[in-house]
Design a protein around this ligand. Structure first.
Ligand SMILES: Nc1nc2c(ncn2[C@@H]2O[C@H](COP(=O)(O)OP(=O)(O)OP(=O)(O)O)[C@@H](O)[C@H]2O)c(=O)[nH]1
Ligand SMILES: [Mg+2]
Length: 423
């Protein structure tokens, strides 16, 4: 089976803690602060790599954690920046944040990168906190925590050619005949449930990739019968082989089928409906006369489409069809895609903080800014604590807590810290 979805967990590195230290020099009684900054935590970055073909490896490895930045040292030595963690993914991988379902990246070119978890900033050493009023600050910042999230990866099938058509018209039979792929073929609808890729080999070492997708039905553009999933798979193919059952073996009318499927394509995406189509008139072995085929040929003539009468069972007509498709591929010119280059990644925008009550009555303050502040403060140090209190006042947390009805002695929780409320 062709696996094209995966879930992974990514976590960037925490920033290194800043250092608090002072110069010790002979004959200099009071050396100035010289604690260096912590290093940058490692980013987690997805990289499109054309040597990776499937998402199958992510079945066995799901957790990806980048390293933390090094701690700052005395003598203004900076901590080491951690290396980024690079995760190779197939070209064509679409990345979403699982929780919010927002699109983070669409990696469509070899080498294209997307940062999916930003490494934490290194904490500043005490050297940074000198002021004219305080020449000997003892506090330093801790490193900023990293980010973590679950991602959904989805691989759009990158085939050159897509097989399109109603169920049971013979799409899988064609792929079986022209490639080494072995999709199931049977006389009932929806035999194929997942897209399958096959490599079509032609003489002189020419080859292309063809995708067999499950049959489309009416309403596919609205998502009926997993239509969206399947249409998405053929969105990036260069050429479509539209397979029609010309024998009318199931009471189908090929012209009606053709129009309906194109109606679905047009409803789904304009780009998809403009894609070049070659018509494969299948099951000619079942024709008692050629009226149906003639009618189809005339209809397609008027619309400038080429018709290839074939029998997927015996293989009749397939070499000609494949050669023709090859010619079209050779002259194919890629439509510029505006969204291709763009890597969409925005750090989350959230309100400064939110307050809610836990079951035990404690007031819990959440929010990226306040949580970062707590994580980066060293509460064992007096000056750090005072700085925290200043920022706390600045954010008007007191006011908000009082509005929520906080009383002297109530418990307040932020991130990993818990304290008793005092006015
Ligand atoms: N007589 C005849 N039967 C064919 C031909 N091509 C396919 N069939 C039969 O038609 C039925 C459906 O063929 P599939 O290849 O499974 O059709 P499909 O389009 O892949 O169908 P789904 O996967 O259900 O969408 C099978 O019973 C095939 O044997 C043909 O050229 N002649
Ligand atoms: Mg099939």
């Amino acid at each position: 089976m062709f696996i094209d979805r995966a879930r992974i967990f990514v976590q960037s590195g925490k920033g290194g803690d800043g250092m608090s230290s002072f110069r010790h020099e002979k004959f200099v009684p009071k050396g100035g602060p010289n604690g260096g900054d912590g290093g940058q935590g490692g980013n987690v970055i997805l990289v499109a790599d054309r040597n990776v073909n499937t998402l199958v490896d992510f079945r066995y490895r799901r957790l990806f954690k980048a390293k933390p930045g090094g701690k700052g040292q005395g003598s203004n030595k900076f901590g080491r920046d951690a290396d980024d963690l690079l995760i190779p993914v197939p070209v064509g991988t679409v990345v979403r944040d699982e929780e919010s379902n927002t699109l983070l990246a669409d990696l469509s070119h070899d080498g294209q990168q997307a940062i999916v978890a930003k490494g934490g900033r290194g904490g500043r050493g005490n050297y940074h906190f000198r002021t004219s009023a305080n020449r000997a600050p003892t506090f330093a910042e801790r490193g900023e925590p990293g980010e973590e999230r679950w991602l959904r990866l989805e691989l759009k099938v990158l085939a050159d050619v897509g097989l399109l058509g109603y169920p049971s018209v013979g799409k899988s039979s064609i792929l079986r005949k022209v490639s080494a792929a072995e999709p199931e073929v049977a006389a009932y609808h929806f035999t194929t449930l997942n897209p399958i890729l096959g490599v079509v080999d032609l003489p002189d070492q020419r080859s292309f990739v063809m995708a067999d997708i499950p049959g489309l039905i009416d309403g596919a553009a609205e998502g009926v019968g997993l239509g969206h999933d399947f249409l998405r798979h053929i969105e990036r193919t260069k050429i479509l082989i539209h397979v029609l059952d010309v024998s009318g073996s199931e009471g189908r009318d090929p012209i009606e089928d053709y129009e309906k499927i194109n109606g679905e394509l047009a409803k789904y995406s304009e780009k998809l409906s403009r894609k070049q189509q070659v018509i494969a008139a299948n099951k000619i072995d079942l024709l008692s006369d050629d009226t149906n085929l003639k009618r189809l040929q005339q209809y397609m003539d008027e619309r400038g489409r080429d018709v290839f009468p074939i029998c997927a069972m015996s293989g009749e007509g397939l070499p000609e069809l494949m050669e023709y498709v090859w010619k079209l591929l050779e002259t194919y010119v890629e439509e510029p895609d505006e969204t291709d280059e763009e890597v969409i990644y925005k750090p989350e925008e959230k309100p400064d903080f939110e307050i809610h009550r836990d079951d035990d009555g404690a007031f819990v303050i959440t929010g990226p800014r306040i949580e970062r502040l707590v994580a980066m403060t060293n509460f064992d140090d007096d000056m750090s604590l005072r700085r925290f209190q200043r920022i706390w006042r600045y954010m008007e947390l007191d006011k908000m807590l009082q509005k929520e009805g906080i009383q002297e002695g109530d418990t307040v929780r932020i991130y990993s810290m818990e304290f008793e409320y005092r006015k």
